[in-house]
Design a binder for this molecule. Structure first.
Ligand code: ATP
Ligand code: MG
Length: 321
């Protein structure tokens, strides 16, 4: 007989057991289904993010079993856990004192960051710089990991990446091999790229996903007010993939264009407006100088700092710049 005491004992024994293992044990799936889940690399977040019908067909199980699996995953995910079980989020430093100060040390793993600004303000430069910083070892403020660059506007430049890598002391060939680039012009190809990027984060092949820019494919594929509802629906779908990636600890940076006359605001309306953890703005100042601001964040105060864009990437401003 297994009483509640025994059950608790077993749970305690399995403190090292992953959330997914706990879910599988509780649901008691046939071993071949558990093996299928393992080989697909599904996580508890994936199970929660997948509609029941889709999960059933993916795993070739009954709808009722899929429902039970989702319910159990929800129970396990919402059970308060000891703080030691909460995954520790590392911080990706930008290596620029002013910017790191503004961001409370840098960008935290698991965050979705939006960066908006006018053409030529430096969004792509910021994104490339972040890719280079991500591959630096942790003791130099990086995460020691690769990036995925989803280029929707054709702004990615391998030559510029190489130049920045040299500037940051990263072997340029390493930089070119650890940033994977994919061109996505349409919404379906963006969705496929986001899915692929999510897979790379899951496999530990990437720690950062850049979408430069997020809105461009939506603007091409959906025109005018008549298609606005459809566009927002598709955008919400893309953001659901982004959330899956951040739930695994990946950092997602989405650049965004601005709209509006005097009062500039990021494109994308309501759906994008509430999704990011941090909204940053960038604008031109004198010469190489730029002003980076925190516009909206649940954990950072609003503020602005100066930085410079140079051959080496982003830098602190000194008298020369
Ligand atoms: P868009 O919305 O058009 O994509 P953006 O915000 O992505 O614009 P970037 O391409 O990031 O803009 O920035 C371009 C600016 O970056 C150039 O105008 C220049 O000032 C600066 N820049 C680009 N390359 C270098 C370099 N090698 N050295 C110094 N500054 C550079
Ligand atoms: Mg750009």
């Amino acid at each position: 007989m297994v009483g509640p005491g025994m059950e608790r004992e077993r749970e305690r024994e399995s403190e090292r057991e992953s959330e997914l293992e706990i879910v599988l044990r509780r649901v008691g799936l046939p071993p071949r289904v558990s093996a299928r889940i393992a080989s697909m690399g599904l996580t508890v977040e994936d199970i929660l993010a997948t509609p029941s019908r889709e999960l059933a067909s993916k795993l070739r199980i009954d709808r009722k079993v899929a429902d039970r699996l989702i319910r159990t995953a929800a129970e396990v995910a919402s059970t308060p856990k000891p703080a030691s079980h909460v995954p520790r989020r590392r911080i990706l430093s930008l290596g620029v004192r002013s910017v790191d100060g503004l961001l409370g040390g840098g960008l935290s793993e698991g965050s979705f960051v939006e960066l908006y600004g006018e053409p030529g303000s430096g969004k792509t430069q910021f994104a490339l710089h972040l890719c280079v910083r991500a591959m630096l070892p942790q003791e130099r403020g990086g995460l020691g990991g690769g990036s995925v660059y989803i280029d929707t506007e054709g702004g990615f430049s391998a030559a510029r990446l190489r130049e920045m890598a040299e500037g940051q002391g990263v072997p340029p060939d390493l930089a070119l091999s650890s940033v994977r680039v994919v061109r996505a012009r349409s919404v379906p190809s963006l969705m496929a790229s986001l899915d692929a990027a999510d897979g790379l984060v899951r496999e530990g092949e990437a720690v950062l996903v850049v979408i430069d820019s997020l809105l461009a494919p939506f603007r091409l594929d959906y025109r005018g007010m008549g298609e606005l509802a459809e566009r927002q629906h598709a955008l919400a779908e893309a953001l659901a993939i982004v959330r899956r990636t951040t739930a695994r600890g990946g950092i997602v940076l989405a650049t965004n264009q601005v709209v509006g006359g005097r009062e500039k605001r990021p494109a994308g309306g309501y759906v994008l407006g509430h999704a990011p953890d941090v909204v940053l703005s960038i604008r031109r100042s004198l010469g190489l100088r730029r002003i980076l601001g925190v516009v909206d964040s649940s954990f950072l105060p609003e503020g602005e700092v100066l930085l410079a864009i140079t051959r080496r990437g982003l830098e602190d401003v000194d008298e020369k710049l």
